[in-house]
Write a protein that binds this ligand. Structure first.
Ligand code: C2E
Ligand code: CA
Ligand code: CA
Length: 745
């Protein structure tokens, strides 16, 4: 086009020689522009349209030409690529790059030189080969290659294009190098994702907005009983089935509100057998927040469920007598209380404790003691109705729950019947043993409608029976109790305690018994009560929870622990984790994670220094909020442990989806190690379960070497307990570490 215009100008110069009028320039400029466009279509139109003076034309042409070159240059400068022009000998004629940084050498040093003069022989031969091929075939040649530039080793795509241009009679080739490192990497990532997707044992499916299959893997087809080739574009049948249920409604609701849902659904095998599946659904949105896809993950959890059920049985039954244990007992008592409240009837809790059982164990040995307990259980079972719950709480403590009574006078009869059971001596090995029992009775809902209080009351009554000379029963009475008055006084004092700064934290070290290193501490709250002295949390936490004070108290605990951590850091102690107890009330505060984030930012502590201990039931109470909190906390690097594991009822399957890092075996199980095989079995099962979920396991309440050795043998390597250290003040922790002292050894 330049040539055309130049010819045009020459012609015009001859015809017209009047000077250019600056006023006409804008108009002329437009004309020229129009002619540029027109030139491509019709060169004669251009000739005719140029009715301007040659001088004007010359000026305009210069302007236009320079602006055209400037534009061209600007375009080339904007390209992220590097453009080389080589002649047929491989000589650098021109180099252009928007990003001069990309060139590994100064441009001026290259121009005029050949590839062989600049590059190592092998590399030069490589590029030269490409140029040659482009010239030989007179076609575009594309190659991928690695090259080291300023920013390091990168992958390039090179395009060699024979140019319609000669330099000193030599043909030329344009070589365009494009950095495709990122594209290559994302290709690799894409391939990896595809491989994972295809080979995963978890079923995965991507659905569009109408829940039709966009992509699906083999495992999913197997689980959902689909054919891969017919599944695409279809709505899977199991989705239809699911949507017809109540769960389906719940899923849609949850997807709409929180973009995800997870939970257990029922799968059907081809033979009609149903089995448990765990489904996770996530809505995927684009940059503008528009729903684009759903991603579903499906796992067959039959195996986990089965081992869960086994664990549930050992966790709820007593190994020795097969009676319900304390966990199941709690649950049954709760249910009995609820039933009596509904039906306006009465129930009672009998607390049985064998008299002088310790003597039997100590003098005749454990196996005789065990045998006795079995016989007692069998005899008691005979006098119970099917609807009663007889349980063994551990050791020689039994409980009996009866409910649905209209008349409390039968309680005497039941108590008498129980005492009768012991009239006949027990035959053990070669011995004939006379054993008696002391019974305490609390009545619900008269004495209380709270499980723990009823147990406490029955226990109090049992002690009163012992004091009355054993082999008898006693009812709980008001006189045995501390009155409710105390509770209110406590509540009032608690409200002021935060402002008065009456709380403080003590810290109990946690040890790895294999490496004998202190690995962290658990923060435990104490209250310096103005009248009652130092109070343990067992006395006031539940009051704080009832009275709505726990949120503020909990926040204080987190901040105080973080600040203490910083003080330890300032002393130069090595970093260790601080575990904090979270109340169930805190866990369901939607603002929890933001509060924690603020505290971390305020104290400049990193999240990995913290662990939150939560109970299983607390997480499951309001799954969605708890899940969200835990996910967000996990993002900050905070670890999560299940506290008091084994005392609750939750199924591990439910816990599977939560971001947990550790299980804490409750101290009630540790306490009875070597005394109660049932507890030992629970510990074993818990350790196995924890390991199968890839969780660390810590045992609390370790008081004896026997307990420690048992845990070590069973593969639980982290412990906490009086054997090592009681909870202590922060300074004692510094001292402990600086002395590198391992307490208890
Ligand atoms: P937990 O989380 O099960 O804490 C362990 C309790 O066991 C602590 O009692 C600790 O002093 C005690 N302990 C530790 N080692 C041994 C041992 O070898 N033998 C025996 N017999 N006991 C041992 P503490 O400090 O009285 O705390 C009781 C409960 O109060 C804690 O139980 C926890 O649930 C709650 N709690 C403590 N601090 C806080 C807190 O800051 N916030 C909340 N929400 N709850 C807290
Ligand atoms: Ca704890
Ligand atoms: Ca605990």
């Amino acid at each position: 086009m330049h040539k055309l215009l130049a010819r045009q100008l020459k012609k015009l110069q001859l015809e017209d020689a009047s000077p250019p009028d600056p006023e006409r320039w804008p108009q002329l400029l437009k004309q020229i522009e129009a002619s540029y466009e027109a030139a491509d279509q019709d060169r004669y139109t251009l000739e005719r349209s140029l009715t301007i003076s040659s001088e004007e034309m010359q000026v305009l042409y210069q302007r236009q030409k320079s602006s055209y070159e400037a534009r061209l240059f600007a375009i080339l400068q904007a390209l992220p690529d590097i453009l080389f022009l080589f002649d047929e000998d491989g000589r650098y004629i021109e180099i252009m790059s928007g990003d001069e940084q990309q060139l590994y050498q100064d441009k001026d040093k290259l121009i005029g030189k050949t590839l062989h003069e600049i590059l190592p022989p092998e590399e030069a031969a490589f590029y030269y080969g490409i140029l040659n091929e482009a010239l030989k075939t007179n076609q575009l040649v594309i190659v991928d290659y690695e090259s080291t530039v300023q920013s390091g080793q990168q992958t390039f795509e090179g395009r060699a294009i024979p140019a319609d241009y000669t330099v000193d009679g030599k043909r030329t080739v344009v070589f365009l190098a494009t950095d495709i490192t990122e594209r290559k990497q994302s290709e690799i990532r894409g391939r990896l994702i595809t491989t994972v997707f295809e080979n995963s044992r978890e079923g995965m499916v991507i659905l569009d907005q109408d829940l039709k299959v966009v992509s699906v893997n083999e495992a999913f087809c197997k689980i959902a009983d689909l054919e891969m080739h017919t599944a695409l574009g279809q709505k899977p049948r199991f989705i239809d089935d699911l949507m017809a249920t109540r769960t389906g409604t719940e899923i849609l609701y949850s997807l709409h509100n929180t973009d995800y849902w997870m939970g257990e659904i029922v799968g059907k095998k081809q033979d009609g057998m149903s089995y448990p599946l765990w489904l996770t659904l996530n809505a995927v949105k684009d940059d503008r927040g528009q729903l684009t896809y759903y991603v579903a993950l499906l796992t067959d959890v039959s195996d986990i469920k089965r081992s869960q059920q086994e664990l549930e049985y050992v966790a709820t039954h007593d190994f020795l007598t097969n009676l319900p244990n304390r966990v199941l007992f709690h649950d049954r008592l709760q249910q009995a209380i609820a039933r009596t409240m509904r039906s306006h009837s009465t129930g009672a809790l009998f607390f049985l404790d064998l008299d002088r059982f310790k003597n039997v164990n100590d003098n005749l040995g454990h196996h005789v003691g065990d045998d006795l307990l079995k016989q007692v259980a069998a005899r008691l079972q005979k006098v119970c109705r099917a609807s009663d719950t007889l349980a063994r709480l551990g050791g020689d403590e039994f409980t009996l729950i009866v409910d649905g009574l209209t008349d409390t006078s039968v309680l005497d009869k039941i108590a008498e019947k129980v005492l009768q059971v012991f009239k006949e001596p027990f035959r053990l090995d070669d011995y004939k043993l006379e054993i008696s029992v002391s019974i305490g009775i609390s009545v619900f809902p008269k004495d209380s409608a709270d499980v723990n209080e009823l147990i406490k009351h029955a226990d109090t009554a049992m002690y009163s029976a012992k004091e009355s000379g054993r082999n008898t029963y006693r009812y709980y009475t008001q006189e045995l109790a501390t009155n409710a008055f105390e509770y209110f006084a406590m509540e009032i004092a608690l409200k002021k305690a935060l402002e008065r700064e009456e709380f403080f934290l003590v810290y109990q070290p946690q040890y790895n018994i294999v490496t004998e290193q202190m690995i962290g501490v658990e923060a435990l709250i104490r209250w310096r009560h103005p009248d009652m002295g130092i109070l343990a949390p067992g006395v006031f936490i539940h009051i704080a929870e009832y009275s709505g004070k726990i949120e503020a108290l909990g926040e204080w605990v987190i901040r105080e622990a973080c600040e203490q951590c910083r003080r330890w850091d300032a002393e130069g102690l090595p970093a260790f984790t601080v575990s904090l107890n979270l109340s169930r009330k805190q866990l369901v505060l939607p603002s929890l994670y933001r509060d924690v984030k603020n505290i971390l930012e305020g104290t400049q502590l990193t999240g990995d220094r913290l662990e939150f201990e939560i109970t299983e039931s607390a997480i499951l109470e309001q799954k969605e909020i708890a899940y969200n909190n835990l996910k967000e906390l996990q993002k900050m690097g905070i670890k999560m442990a299940i506290d008091d594991f084994g005392t609750g009822y939750s199924s591990m399957v439910n816990l599977k989806q939560f971001p947990l890092s550790r299980l804490k075996i409750d101290r009630s199980f540790v306490r009875d190690v070597s005394r109660d095989q049932n507890d030992e079995a629970i510990i074993r099962a818990t350790i196995a379960l924890g390991k199968s979920f890839n969780l660390d396991i810590i045992a609390e309440g370790v008081e004896t070497e026997e307990q420690r050795d048992f845990l070590l043998k069973e593969g639980c390597h982290e412990v906490q307990g009086y054997l090592y250290s009681k909870p202590v003040l922060p300074d004692a922790i510094s001292e402990l570490i600086s002395l590198r002292k391992i307490v208890g050894n």
